[in-house]
Design a protein. Structure first.
Length: 320
């Protein structure tokens, strides 16, 4: 349930922020939005079961935004996709910008993304490059993304190459493909990108417009990097759709129970026929690191590359 109602004429952009126990960083995040050069936007913050002062901080900042342009939505506390879908359900703006409760938008972020989306009506989604910050907010690194829609499409069928807190998308397009899918939490953004690619283009700005915070508690820092195996499952599902095959049917619970076994079984069924050798080898390595038997998969990968005369990849397959 939203604590404030949207105005009768929705703004051009709504910034969608899921938050759970984000009291330490939320104030800085919302301050970065108050500093935006573009002003025709609203904030939809989904409080997804917080037990700290997240809600109180959000209420405080709501008073700094124009009336009706800051909503606090009660999240279902069932994971990131469910929280994002709860926010999308109340948004009426044609454009939605994502931001996490510990990341920062540069002052011209919304302005630059709105402009490029208006100039490219066939783009369904636009990302940006990022500056990496540490827990104290100091810039420690930079991360790039592909520069053209053609390169983005190619790279997305190899790995996720866009940063979720940077994206701006057309709400109608995301709703048309079904929103976020909770069974792929951890790689829910990658799953969304690949489904959108089946209907239109995805672009990116060659500018660092978001400050992306790295800290020990985030998903990408988890031991064994299970999010990468989840991303592999997302990619296999997309490849199945491309070839007009049924995609894997998994629930969030079955994937959480044994993700490595699910990935191994799916690769064993489909083989490596539609996957580049490099991507297939990396999938096999991740299965091995999860302590799942991959002997049969290594044999298939070696055989495929050897028959194709790709002896370098065949040798790497044996060493995986």
């Amino acid at each position: 349930m939203a604590e404030q109602q949207t105005p009768s004429n929705p703004p051009l952009v709504s910034v969608l922020i899921p938050a759970r126990d984000a009291a330490e960083t939320l104030g800085e995040t919302l301050s970065s939005l108050l500093a935006q050069s573009f002003t025709d936007f609203a904030v939809v913050l989904v409080d997804d079961g917080s037990t700290d002062e997240t809600r109180e901080i959000a209420k405080h900042f709501a008073g700094h935004f124009p009336k009706g342009q800051f909503q606090i939505v009660e999240g279902p506390a069932k994971g990131i996709s469910s929280a994002l879908n709860a926010g999308l359900a109340v948004i009426k703006s044609p454009l939605v910008a994502r931001l996490d409760a510990d990341d920062l938008s540069e002052p011209r972020r919304l302005e630059r993304q709105v402009r490029i989306m208006e100039r490219n009506p066939d783009w369904l989604l636009c990302g940006t490059e990022v500056s990496v910050i540490d827990e104290s907010g100091q810039i420690i690194d930079q991360m790039e993304c592909p520069k053209t829609t053609v390169e983005i499409r190619k790279r997305l069928y190899e790995k996720c190459c866009l940063y979720h807190p940077t994206i701006m998308f057309r709400r109608d397009a995301v709703m048309e493909v079904g929103g976020y899918r909770s069974q792929y939490d951890g790689a829910e953004d990658y799953d969304l990108y690949l489904r959108l690619l089946e209907y239109g283009k995805i672009g990116a700005l060659n500018e660092r417009l978001v400050r992306y915070r790295i800290h020990p508690g985030q998903v990408t820092a988890q031991r064994g990097r299970p999010y990468r195996m989840m991303a592999d499952m997302v990619l296999l599902a997309a490849i199945a759709r491309l070839h007009e095959e049924e995609e894997p049917e998994f629930t969030k619970d079955t994937l959480a129970a044994d993700l490595s076994s699910a990935l191994r079984a799916e690769l064993k069924e489909r083989g490596f026929l539609e996957i580049t050798p490099k991507v297939a080898r990396h999938m096999a390595v991740r299965i091995k690191r999860a302590n799942a038997k991959a002997k049969r998969l290594k044999g298939l990968l070696f055989q495929k590359n050897a028959l194709a005369g790709n002896y370098k990849e065949a040798a790497k397959a044996l060493m995986a």
